[in-house]
Design a protein. Structure first.
Length: 211
């Protein structure tokens, strides 16, 4: 019997992306799922920041699952942040904060960076690896009324950088370089490759919905 794959995230975008890949999984959100990011990258690089947060989420899920008596499993966790000029743009605190963030992104490039961890466990034995994927995005110059409209939709409020590339926010994107699914919230191809490596399961089995 193959172990269960647990997605340690409440993000509907990540759930949808894994579903697109044909993977079967269960959602398990650890109590420590929301881990604060530093306000700037002065003490660390973007990749190191998101890798550290993704790893902490997976390890929190592992501890909690073991406390519940789960003996074997594979955990996938991820963290996506937006970086611009050395500043971390996380989820906006309120509508004013969302408008501020979108104003900063207007007409400029920014970096979307996702850390992904896969942790396989059997009892107290674990195998774990974390990667990060970076994409660059450039926004059109945004008119004030565009920003007001977008914030009024409510879409920015639960998203890093105050926008979602998979929905209304897509109209703001002039161009991007790198993985599109990474901008949405999970670099799908790289995540499947990581699952294949750490879970020791062939890609053909994964893509057929197995683990």
């Amino acid at each position: 019997m193959r172990p269960t794959l647990y997605l340690a995230s409440r993000s509907p975008r990540r759930r949808e992306l894994l579903g697109q890949a044909g993977l079967k999984f269960e959602i398990y959100v650890p109590k420590e799922e929301e881990i604060a990011a530093p306000p700037s990258t002065k003490s660390d690089r973007p990749g190191a920041i998101v890798k550290r947060i993704a790893r902490a989420k997976a390890e929190a899920a592992y501890r909690e699952l073991r406390e519940k008596g789960v003996e074997t499993g594979v955990i996938l966790s991820a963290d996506t942040l937006v970086f611009q000029n050395g500043k971390v743009l996380g989820k906006p605190a309120d509508e004013a904060d969302a408008r501020r963030m979108l104003g900063k992104l207007s007409g400029a490039w920014h970096e979307v960076c996702t850390g992904v961890t896969v942790l396989r466990f059997k009892g107290d034995r674990i195998a774990e690896k974390t990667i990060f994927v970076s994409s660059k995005v450039k926004f059109f110059k945004l008119k004030k009324e565009w920003i007001q409209w977008y914030v009024a939709t409510g879409e920015p409020m639960d998203k890093a950088g105050a926008y979602g590339a998979q929905a209304h926010g897509a109209v703001f994107i002039e161009r991007f370089a790198g993985s599109y699914s990474n901008v949405v919230g999970l670099p799908l191809g790289q995540s499947v490759a990581l699952l294949e490596e750490v879970a020791r399961v062939k890609r053909t089995v994964l893509m057929a919905g197995g683990l």
